[in-house]
Design a binder for this molecule. Structure first.
Ligand code: EPZ
Length: 431
């Protein structure tokens, strides 16, 4: 398995192009199952999760084509993928594929809406918590699906098609909202989603569905209305920039010092995060090219945060923020309210010298002046990158093991950091 070697202690200075958002690209790709025509997605990041989803969709009958480079393309422009599902050849999504990526469970919605049936393996738990799918299933039932769970599979049927209904989520769920949007777009009649997720990735999916002919109002707010249509067409859509990637590098420079331009980043996608960043002492400025984040001299101020659904502080940046707080001039409290087990990075940060105590869903971080490099283990995607950030600011060498987690969600991480002066390299496993 590959490892990443980091020699810390250098400030970051330069430009980092922000890639397309993984968590928007995945549901957008799944939406290709809703139409016989071609869905063209631009600015798709080159990530292991994208490649895996291409394989999963291929099993259902989706062909894909990648555009080559075009004259005038920026050297690191995202890829353009054409997805075609003229015929769905299989409505089953098997365990060996779904168990490798939770989001692939969402194929249940377009398969059911288009074909009247779907058999999809339950995804199971993962490193950040139990992650049930009860609310996704509730949403499909409200749209008239008959559901049965048999031998680890959800078998969903709607022989006469789905019909509109009212879905009132008791808890905000991104995946539940994606699922409901895709299913309701092809249902008979109108659907009202209450307490919908307001995440920008939900709005991005809705924008694409509207280009495909769906009738959706209110996406990006907590109440969404959908008027079902008989069929959807192809469309061309560009994936929105990755706010979690942008926030990650923003915390990195706040930790190491220096100044970076996050090219393509947009402050409207990071409302609370940027306020918190400023409170820690960093300078943040929106320009026409993207966000400038800098910390030149001055210490890191401790700030308390609570993770919440958008527009609150995202759980996907909690681990990275904790890394920053390990070097703050004082104590901070980090409360995780979205996932029950998302503190796996705590023990690894401790190897670098961080002082963190856990009390239920709160991590109490006592900032220290210095961290020191050590071997650490990546446990999940965001936890892994928090170790990279901490290592960039630590004295000496850190070896991050199990970096395949990073490859799932961070495009060209080492290259982007190297371009800003970081001493980072991938040690490839021979063979
Ligand atoms: C999405 O996961 C993201 N994944 C996650 O990013 C992100 O952390 C999460 O939203 C929250 O923002 C993708 O977009 C691919 P949820 P999702 O349904 O949709 C509970 C990353 O690192 N819940 O919004 O699976 C659930 O347990 C990943 O990129 C139920 O109880 O998350 C959690 O407590 C990790 N029943 C809360 O809701 C359900 O049926 C929010 O989860 C569904 C969810």
């Amino acid at each position: 398995m590959d490892r990443i070697r980091i020699v810390g202690g250098k400030p970051l200075n330069g430009t980092i192009p922000v890639s397309g958002a993984k968590n928007a690209a995945l549901p957008l790709m799944i939406a290709s199952l809703l139409t016989r025509e071609t869905l063209t997605l631009e600015n798709v990041p080159r990530l292991a999760d994208v490649n895996l989803l291409i394989r999963i969709l291929g099993n259902q009958g989706v062909d894909y084509r990648l555009d080559g480079k075009r004259v005038g393309d920026a050297p690191h422009a995202g890829q353009t993928i054409h997805l075609d599902a003229p015929t769905i050849v299989d409505t089953t999504a098997p365990y060996d594929l779904v168990s490798r990526m939770r989001a692939s469970f969402w194929v249940i919605a377009p398969l059911l809406a288009r074909m009247g049936e779907a058999k999809v393996s339950l995804p199971g738990g993962c490193a950040i918590g139990t992650r049930p799918v009860d609310l996704l299933l509730m949403a499909l039932e409200k749209l008239g699906a008959d559901l049965e769970i048999d031998s680890g599979y959800v078998i969903a049927k709607a022989k006469k098609g789905l019909r509109g209904g009212e879905i009132d989520f008791p808890k905000v769920t991104v995946g539940g909202t994606h699922t409901a949007l895709m299913a309701a777009s092809l249902a008979h009649g109108s659907t009202l989603i209450k307490n919908a997720a307001c995440e920008p990735e939900v709005r991005d999916l809705a924008d694409c569905l509207v280009k495909m002919g769906a009738r959706i109002k209110g996406a990006g707010t907590s109440t969404i209305e959908i008027e079902g249509v008989a069929s959807l067409s192809g469309a061309r859509h560009a994936v929105l920039p990755d706010r979690i990637e942008a926030g990650t590098y923003a915390f990195a420079v706040a930790m190491t010092g220096g100044e970076i331009l996050l090219e393509g980043a947009d402050e409207s996608l990071l409302p609370v995060v940027l306020d918190v960043l400023r409170e820690t002492g960093a300078r943040v400025e929106q320009t026409s090219r993207g966000l400038i984040v800098a910390r030149n001299g001055g210490g890191i101020k401790p700030v308390d945060i609570i993770t919440e659904p958008f527009p609150g502080f995202p759980t996907d940046l909690q681990a990275q923020f904790m890394a920053l707080m390990t070097r703050a001039e004082g104590t901070s409290h980090i409360t995780e309210t979205i996932f029950e087990n998302r503190f796996m990075h705590v023990q690894e940060l401790a190897r670098l010298g961080a002082r963190i105590r856990l009390a239920g869903d709160v991590a109490i971080v006592e900032g220290r002046e210095k961290l020191k490099g050590a071997p650490v283990m990546a446990t999940d995607l965001r936890a892994s990158v928090s170790l990279v950030i901490a290592a960039l600011a630590a004295e000496g060498e850190t070896l991050v093991h199990r970096v395949y987690h990073l490859d799932r969600g961070f495009e060209r991480l080492e290259e982007k950091l190297q371009a800003c002066g970081a001493q980072v390299e991938r040690l490839r496993e021979p063979g």
